[in-house]
Design a protein. Structure first.
Length: 135
């Protein structure tokens, strides 16, 4: 934000997920600030004064619901994946004989959504070279 022409000072508090920006109104447009914020992986929320707390709380609740849904789906997919990985060790070959290739394909089908859908936020952080918590 400090690199945007016309911004005097910008401070970010990651704990509260808020930024305070002091800028020259004639030089800086809200769209310029939004582009700078989106370039680092965040989004600008432009609330009205009376809606500020409600919109922020609603956004956090939606994010929590989304992460909870991803977690539950990940657990549902990982449980059978665990069984397939340890199929022979658990003595399940007598129950349903699986060839190595069939077992591999089933593992791949269960693992792919977990890695790329459930774990997508970690790849996003990696792209931004951020190893901290996803805020």
């Amino acid at each position: 934000l400090n690199k945007v022409p016309g911004v005097i000072e910008a401070t970010v508090n990651f704990a509260t997920e808020k930024a305070a920006v002091e800028y020259i109104t004639d030089l800086v447009k809200i769209k310029d600030l939004a582009k700078a914020i989106e370039a680092v992986g965040y989004t600008l929320v432009e609330p009205e004064e009376e809606q500020y707390v409600d919109r922020e709380k609603e956004a956090r609740e939606n994010e929590f619901r989304h992460l909870k849904q991803k977690f539950i789906i990940g657990i549902i997919l990982v449980a059978p994946l665990f069984l397939l990985v340890h199929w022979a060790k658990l003595g399940l070959t007598g129950f349903l004989p699986l060839t190595g290739q069939t077992n591999f394909i089933l593992q791949l089908m269960l693992q792919t959504p977990v890695q790329f859908w459930v774990g997508w936020q970690f790849y996003k952080d990696l792209r931004l070279r951020d190893t901290g918590p996803a805020i």
